[in-house]
Design a protein around this ligand. Structure first.
Ligand code: ADP
Ligand code: MG
Length: 208
């Protein structure tokens, strides 16, 4: 699989539309363990991303991703804005000036982006956050890719792992972000950020 700017822009439009479509569901998930705004925050951010994408057709992959990240940072009110912003900005920095990337380059950038989220949020897996979908997805993609170099199979494995990871957050007690305020009472509730991450990964996998 090779990815170019045109394909990347199509993937980002699809991710934006998916997040906007799941606005109410993501907000609803944020009610019992947060402040009832995750879908509102995210859809506002991705509406802005969609507008920005219209101006990015001639840019390289790094610039497209960096601009997406910066747009999320500046338009998403909640803590998810800087975190997802970091994910896309770090990926963009890693892929600076590239017009086409290989699956290995994508995986490398995805890993660096996720590391950036953990640094920015001082968080790791098992804390009931977006990392509980992002990290298993990345690891599953890597394992599948190394096993038989089939990008499609690797993306499907990543999407599946993100679904399992998001579902698994129901069992976790949050130690980061607003959900940490409710502690054990959060058990049984799925993390909104892990769910938005799952939607993004699943949509990207379907598109790529
Ligand atoms: P806020 O919590 O400011 O209202 P959102 O509701 O938009 O922001 O996003 C909440 C989501 O952000 C959580 O469900 C969680 O997945 C993610 N999150 C919060 N804090 C962190 C952190 N320190 N590291 C990683 N993800 C985090
Ligand atoms: Mg919130």
């Amino acid at each position: 699989m090779a990815m170019n700017q045109t394909k990347l822009i199509a993937v980002l439009y699809a991710i934006s539309d998916q997040i906007i479509e799941e606005r109410d569901y993501l907000t609803e998930l944020d009610r019992p363990i947060g402040d009832n705004d995750h879908g509102i925050n995210m859809s506002k951010g991705f509406e802005a991303v969609k507008t920005k994408l219209e101006t990015l057709a001639d840019q390289d992959i790094g610039t497209i991703l960096k601009t997406t990240g910066m747009t999320l940072v500046s338009t998403v009110g909640g803590s998810s804005g800087p975190l997802y912003g970091t994910l896309f900005m770090k990926m963009g920095m890693k892929l600076a000036k590239k017009n086409e990337i290989t699956f290995d380059e994508f995986l490398d950038a995805f890993q660096i982006g996720i590391q950036g989220v953990g640094e920015r949020g001082r968080s790791t897996t098992g804390e009931k956050t977006m990392l509980d979908a992002l990290v298993p997805a990345m690891e599953a993609m890597k394992t599948a890719w190394e096993a038989d170099h089939d990008a499609k199979a690797a993306l499907q494995a990543g999407a599946k792992a993100a679904e399992v990871g998001a579902e698994h957050t129901k069992e976790l007690i949050a130690t980061k972000g607003r959900a940490s305020y409710v502690g054990e009472r959060g058990i049984g509730h799925q993390d909104p950020g892990a769910t938005s991450a799952m939607f993004m990964i699943r949509t990207a996998a379907e598109q790529m």
